[in-house]
Design a protein around this ligand. Structure first.
Ligand SMILES: Cc1ncc(COP(=O)(O)O)c(C=O)c1O
Length: 321
């Protein structure tokens, strides 16, 4: 069956109607512009991000018509691109394309994900001769999680999959196979997510979220960022959390290695991330965390973050709709 160009477009549209998506705007350096029809949000197959995973990405939140904390997401994107030997547009150009794509979406709440790729031109490993590096931006509805995650808390398991070696864990590349398998494994067992533990027995992170604890003595502890992704949400929450020491909800805030045994004895365990924000974990490997119900620190941190996402003027970019 050989298809004509018009047949291809029709079939791409049919695919999207069989499986509707909430993608609102897509910029592609390959197209040289923005499209809003999801059928046209495509990338050429021989781009090395597709068949070799030679690409990096990041995701920022769109909140009430403003982009939250884009600079810290761009910092990480630039670092990931450098480690992956990927060429990216100048930072100002990327910011401009991201803001314009968001404006083109017409939406005021959602997620903005962007990718850098090594480009098309061969099915080899290293970038093809003369390959044009790619830059793509997708403005979409974002990942959504059940409300029960916040009201009742999550149940997690230690994954059986090995944690990424530090170099790959700190780089936000499109190689998410361990993260995908970890979440699938948890779901297959009727749980919500998994947790990576490193070879030394220290807590790592979850699938697309960081993990933190409130220990018995009231210290908020977060794993060090040298072997896990440096979460923009975590970095901000670690700053915001100091307000909870004044309110006597916390005694201290620390970034340190966290042995699993200490973590299991925590009063509270929680997940941090741009999509999940702050969600309490109430059970880990079949055992309750604290009294097995969502705790006050997770609730307070979520409120602080929600407020920051709406009011931190120096972290918000107005979208010129
Ligand atoms: C593996 C991993 N860890 C942690 C995070 C949390 O990062 P952020 O707070 O920047 O969303 C993410 C999400 O990007 C992730 O993919």
């Amino acid at each position: 069956m050989i298809l004509k160009p018009d047949d291809v477009l029709e079939r791409l549209r049919a695919l999207r109607s069989r499986q509707p998506v909430r993608y609102w705007a897509f910029y592609s350096s390959q197209l040289g512009g923005i499209v809003t029809d999801p059928a046209l949000m495509v990338i050429v197959f021989d781009d090395h991000m597709v068949h070799r995973g030679h690409g990096v990405f990041d995701t920022a939140a769109l909140v009430e018509g403003k982009i939250y904390d884009l600079e810290s997401h761009l910092d990480r994107f630039v670092r990931s691109a450098r480690t992956s030997k990927l060429e990216i547009p100048a930072r100002e150009a990327m910011r401009d394309i991201i803001v314009r794509s968001t404006a083109a979406s017409g939406q005021r709440d959602g997620s903005i994900r962007y990718w850098a790729t090594s480009g098309p031109g061969s099915l080899g490993l290293t970038p093809a001769k003369g390959a044009e590096p790619g830059f793509f931006v997708m403005v979409f509805a974002g990942l959504s999680y059940p409300e029960t995650w916040y009201t009742q808390g999550l149940r997690v398991m230690t994954t059986t999959y090995p944690i990424k070696p530090p170099l790959y864990a700190v780089t936000k590349s499109t190689n998410y196979l361990p993260n995908v398998l970890m979440q699938m494994e948890a779901q297959e067992r009727g749980l919500d997510n998994g947790v990576f533990v490193d070879e030394a027995g220290h807590v790592g992170e979850s699938s697309n979220m960081n993990v933190a604890f409130v220990t018995e003595d009231g210290t908020l502890k977060h794993p060090t960022f040298d072997h896990i992704l440096s979460g923009c949400t975590s970095l901000r929450l670690l700053e915001l959390a100091t307000a909870l020491t004044t309110r006597k909800l916390l005694r201290d805030v620390r970034v340190c290695e966290i042995p699993v045994a200490e973590a299991r004895a925590a009063r509270e365990m929680m997940l941090f991330g741009s999509s999940v924000k702050v969600a309490p974990v109430v059970e880990w490997d079949g055992k309750p965390i604290g009294d097995g119900t969502p705790g006050p620190v997770a609730r307070a941190l979520r409120e602080l973050l929600e407020q920051d996402m709406r009011t931190a003027r120096d972290r918000l970019i107005d979208v010129p709709y």
